[in-house]
Design a protein around this ligand. Structure first.
Ligand SMILES: C[S@@+](CC[C@H](N)C(=O)[O-])C[C@H]1O[C@@H](n2cnc3c(N)ncnc32)[C@H](O)[C@@H]1O
Length: 647
């Protein structure tokens, strides 16, 4: 039996979760400005059955009533009874009764009780990283219980036909176990929409392009017409948000397989200047009298009244690059990633990815415990975060020169061992005295090295509310193996051997305050940290590093990345390996690789010639006429995200 509003009564403590518990629940409420715009675009006023399956304090449902909804059934589900108690309190004076269900949404009985087919499923799902959901805590189910629950919900759903159910079940069984909790939430939300109904969601801007969200994109593409994609251009909607946010409204249609949208998708980019204190579009719609500006805004966009105004960019296309059809098969010729929408005015098609040019993209070294695995050199001595204020003498063969942060590079384009101030502790040749055995040829640690390892053993971190020793951290523990690559046991302090992605030829910072620029790892000698995306050639006929350097330094790449990547809360641009992999360059890039290599070499020598070299690169790639357009896109994007920031 599932508890509901009547049997929860008023015994619920109205205090809300805080701190770690709040994060584990993903409890960040949307507020009225974002909720109202989403409700208006989703035409909540016409929906008879509305549900928020992760309802929190009911902001979304309240917004539906604000825009004129008078549903027969208005339902709130949340795993935590406390916010639901708030929701019930706020709906007490409404004419529409709120049905509230305090349960995980991944319990099939919830939907048997409340019903499977909804006209509007509206929510901001919990964005909770996998690590926080890997074990059940209190009433919050663990990641595998959520998957099992989701599968059960789908099996028992009465709204899904047999074939649709199979596709949903495939998504539910195939999403990565390392996915954010939002992935199963979204699958569930989509499964709850009846034909003709809508799903309206708040998502992080690039979340849909993440690899782990692939199964979700498949479902969205097959079973929905995407109607609105509304972007928060300058990350102004949520005060504490680390990422830019997007609203997505989609209408359930019969399975389209992979045919594109029949209807138009409105791509709307809203700047903070479009809104006022009450509404995200308050400054755009000033003539709506008593009506809410969101309702009038939604009406005008739907009726194709071309809108213009400070802080708004509307672009109606048959599709949206963010939501382009998923690649369900290997990429074939002519089936290439397209330019982000903003670049579509440049009539030159992308066509060549870095992979096509023989280059792989990955991420640098994730040590799992930087406090131990990185030390800093000062003259002939080293310092460690674990032994503050102490100058350590460490053996050279226990250290590998590394790049940890962009600030260490002092603007140089080419970095070498001589520049290294940070070193990775690499102990392949050493064992701790407690781990030594008679036939083990590895040296036994002594002196400062031994003290360093011992201090790490004694170090604890608070993770998910409990203290964990450094050697037991989830990314450190797997270093301990009965038989490591050396054929002998390895221990937590033995990092696995470095691979190409750890010692790349080129690298790009993952968090970029100002411009995104490539760096060269001379001789591939430095280990590059996971703070960087890394690139290396994987085919004998790969394009020269100088040519790839030029491509990455081009205005084309800058415009692409500024348009497609996530802007973080502080205004920095996050460039992940996945973003670099997706980027594609004009088709002539391969044929022009010799010319590009000359330009790249000159740029490596003197990066201060960057703007001039960009013109040369544009010439080599055949988009000279559009170099200014691309630079304008870059400058506009960059000044918007960097406004008022000091890097
Ligand atoms: C980001 S908040 C959003 C709340 C509300 N939809 C809004 O827009 O303000 C996500 C909500 O999901 C709830 N939640 C987390 N895990 C859940 C689960 N398994 N089932 C249902 N709700 C869950 C959290 O308690 C939290 O209230």
């Amino acid at each position: 039996m599932i508890p509901n509003s009547s049997n929860l009564g008023e015994v619920v403590d109205l205090e809300l979760a805080a701190g770690e518990e709040r994060k584990r629940l993903g409890q960040f409420f949307t507020g009225s400005r974002v909720s109202r715009l989403l409700a208006a675009l989703a035409e909540a006023q016409d929906a008879r059955r509305i549900v928020d399956p992760m309802a929190g304090t009911g902001d979304m449902l309240a917004a539906c009533l604000d825009v004129g909804a008078a549903p027969e059934l208005l339902a709130a589900v949340d795993v935590d009874a406390r916010p639901l108690a708030h929701a019930r309190k706020r709906f007490r004076s409404e004419t529409t009764t709120l049905t509230s269900i305090a349960s995980s949404a991944f319990v099939s009985e919830v939907w048997q009780q409340a019903g499977h087919e909804w006209d509007l499923v509206i929510t901001n799902p919990p964005y909770v990283r996998y690590q926080r959901t890997s074990s059940t805590v209190g009433n919050v189910p663990a990641a595998d219980a959520i998957r099992t629950g989701l599968i059960d919900c789908l099996r028992r759903s009465t709204s899904l036909g047999k074939r649709d159910r199979e596709v949903f079940l495939t998504a539910a069984t195939s999403y990565s176990g390392l996915s954010d909790l939002a992935v199963p939430c979204w699958i569930l939300c989509m499964s709850l929409v009846g034909l003709g109904g809508r799903v309206a969601l708040v998502v992080p801007n690039t979340w849909l392009s993440r690899q782990y969200a692939g199964p979700v994109r498949q479902l969205l593409w097959r079973f929905f017409d995407i109607e609105f994609v509304v972007e928060d251009v300058d990350a102004s909607w949520f005060r504490d948000a680390q990422v830019r946010t997007t609203l997505i409204v989609s209408r359930r249609v019969p399975d389209k397989q992979l045919r594109p949208n029949d209807s138009r998708c409105w791509n709307i980019r809203l700047k903070s200047t479009a809104g006022d204190g009450r509404s995200l579009v308050g400054n755009l719609i000033t003539d709506c009298g008593e009506k809410l500006p969101e309702i009038e805004f939604a009406r005008r966009v739907r009726e194709h009244h071309l809108l213009s105004g400070e802080g708004l960019l509307v672009d109606a296309t048959s599709t949206n690059t963010l939501l382009s059809p998923p690649h369900t098969r290997a990429r074939s010729r002519g089936d290439v990633p397209q330019l982000p929408a903003l670049l579509s005015e440049v009539p030159i098609q992308g066509g060549v990815t870095l992979r096509d040019m023989g280059w792989m993209v990955g991420q640098g070294l994730r040590s799992g415990a930087n406090d131990f695995f990185y030390v800093r050199r000062s003259g002939a001595r080293f310092s460690s975060a674990l032994l503050p204020g102490q100058a350590l003498v460490l053996p050279q063969d226990a250290l590998h020169p590394a790049v940890f942060r962009q600030s260490e590079l002092h603007g140089k384009a080419v970095v070498s061992v001589a520049d290294a101030v940070v070193y990775v502790v690499t102990l392949a040749r050493y064992v701790h005295p407690a781990d030594a055995s008679r036939d083990d040829p590895r040296r036994i640690m002594t002196g400062d090295l031994l003290r360093l390892v011992d201090s790490a053993t004694a170090k604890t971190y608070v993770r998910a509310g409990s203290a964990r020793p450094l050697p037991a951290l989830s990314a450190v523990m797997p270093n301990a193996r009965d038989k490591g690559p050396c054929g002998r046991p390895t221990f937590w302090y033995h990092l696995p051997p470095f691979t190409d992605r750890h010692r790349p030829a080129l690298f790009v910072a993952r968090v970029n305050g100002h411009d995104v620029r490539p760096f060269v790892n001379l001789g591939r000698e430095l280990v590059v940290d996971a703070n960087f995306s890394t690139l290396w050639p994987f085919r004998p006929d790969a394009a020269p590093a100088e040519a790839v350097f030029a491509l990455l330094a081009s205005s084309w790449a800058a415009a692409w990345l500024e348009t497609a990547c996530t802007v973080m809360g502080g205004g920095a641009l996050k460039v992940e390996a996945a973003d670099l992999k997706r980027m594609s360059f004009p088709k002539v890039a391969t044929a022009a690789s010799g010319e590009l290599a000359d330009i790249g070499a000159a740029l490596m020598d003197d990066y201060s010639t960057h703007l001039m070299r960009c013109l040369e690169i544009a010439g080599a790639l055949g988009y000279s006429d559009y170099e200014n357009t691309l630079r304008a896109v870059v400058d506009e994007r960059r000044s918007t995200r960097c406004r008022g920031r000091k890097w």
